[in-house]
Design a protein around this ligand. Structure first.
Ligand SMILES: CC(C)(COP(=O)(O)OP(=O)(O)OC[C@H]1O[C@@H](n2cnc3c(N)ncnc32)[C@H](O)[C@@H]1OP(=O)(O)O)[C@@H](O)C(=O)NCCC(=O)NCCS
Length: 205
């Protein structure tokens, strides 16, 4: 999915940078999909309720997958081939990823509504996704705070990956102190990926 998902997206294979025509096609695809996908998301929830964070449970799997799928095309469409993105948007790739990773996920919730998710595996922050209509409200930052605390308990450095053309993601991570250590071309996706790290000062076990 780095979701697209950070390194998770390394497994979310099959995407290629294309031009404006493809971006528009992806956007159209997103619009076609949005009603069905968002219908599976909870409503906005009680906005007066406090926001909290908890480990994901098996019962969260469906809504986590829907949360990500509802904005994959909008997030990656400008630089990914919609044909190659389709298995993630329309198929079961995201569900399969979440099924394997939910025990390593933390969710942000308000009342019973899932607002965003982060996944940590070892020193790698593998997925970070905030519901599209709730971005720029500090939820991603708060999830990253928790993810970095988890990593710092056992590792001195946090690592993540982001698609190079995902400028919003790169800017977000840079603002948190991550620096690019390597860029590589991912053959399966046709998109450059940036590996970023941040020293946390944690101690190896
Ligand atoms: C990237 C993402 C996780 C950020 O989460 P968020 O909750 O929207 O981010 P925050 O509100 O905590 O933002 C904190 C700061 O990061 C920076 N930032 C966040 N989103 C940004 C954007 N789209 N463009 C530029 N800067 C951005 C800003 O400095 C922001 O502070 P400000 O809002 O006071 O200006 C979220 O936009 C998202 O889920 N995107 C889709 C999935 C994705 O790209 N994941 C990460 C890469 S795989």
């Amino acid at each position: 999915m780095t979701v697209m998902l950070i390194r998770a997206t390394a497994e979310w294979q099959g995407l290629r940078r294309v031009g404006r025509t493809v971006a528009l096609a992806a956007r159209a695809m997103a619009n076609r999909l949005r009603p069905g996908v968002t219908a599976r998301l909870d409503a906005a929830g009680d906005r007066a309720a406090p926001r909290r964070f908890r480990p994901a449970t098996a019962a969260d799997q469906r809504v986590i997958a829907s949360l990500c799928k509802s904005s994959i095309a909008a997030t990656y469409g400008p630089f990914m081939n919609p044909d190659l993105m389709r298995p993630w948007v329309e198929g079961q790739e995201v569900e399969d990823y979440v099924a394997g990773m939910w025990p390593r996920m933390t969710v942000a919730v308000r009342a019973d509504t899932v607002l965003g998710v982060v996944a940590v595996e070892g020193q790698v922050i593998d997925l970070l996704w905030v519901r599209a209509d709730l971005q720029r409200q500090g939820i991603g930052s708060a999830l990253m705070d928790r993810a970095e605390s988890i990593v710092a308990a056992c590792h001195p450095t946090a690592e993540l990956e982001c698609f190079a053309p995902n400028q919003a993601g790169i800017t977000f991570y840079q603002s948190r102190g991550y620096t690019a250590v390597r860029t590589y071309f991912e053959t399966a996706s046709g998109v450059d990926r940036v590996v970023m790290t941040k020293p946390l000062g944690g101690q190896a076990p």
